[in-house]
Write a protein that binds this ligand. Sequence first.
Ligand code: HEC
Length: 174
Amino acid sequence: MRVIFVVATIVAAAVGVTFLHGIAVADGSGDPAAVKSEDGRYFDKDGGPTYHVGSDGTVDWYAYSGYRRYHSECHVCHGPDGMGSSYAPALKDSLKSLSYGEFLAVVAGGRRNVSTSQENVMPAFGDNTNVTCHLDDIYIYLRARANDAIGRVRPARHEEKPDAYTKAEASCMQ
Ligand code: HEC
């Protein structure tokens, strides 16, 4: 009996591990789990920018700032909280397959869809410092939305604005 119990426990553990692997989250840039942080910025295992949400729901500064930037620059077309509209796609879903590099390229260069009868245009933001100086913020916020780490509406708690962020922003906006 005892042997059967031990075997059953091992099998259960193995199934558990397989199951966890099966549901491991990944988006267009891979696994979004933060493995490193530096001055309030979080990075995934490939060194790409990512979000961090603490156990009490505190979100990192970049994701919080991204929420605000998204809602001042993008939501008119892409809908509140990255949910999409009849005019432009839900970026919450786009980032499940778009990589960081692809995201940057579309936002900087824009895109025009002429394949449908309705012509939908994604403007190029490459010259707009309100966007280019906050692109990582917007990306990080949307990456969190794509992985359901941040829900709809403004995150209630956020980390403090890092000094490094204030400096980088000031020199970028000049
Ligand atoms: C004037 C409306 C408008 C605004 C403002 C706008 N977009 Fe778009 N965007 C679009 C449209 C329309 C498309 C789809 C274009 C196409 O079908 O090729 C799009 C596509 C995209 C895509 C590609 C999505 C995909 O699934 O391939 C990304 C990424 C994107 N926008 C990011 C942004 C970000 C970030 C902002 C804010 C800085 C923004 N957009 C602001 C209209 C807009």
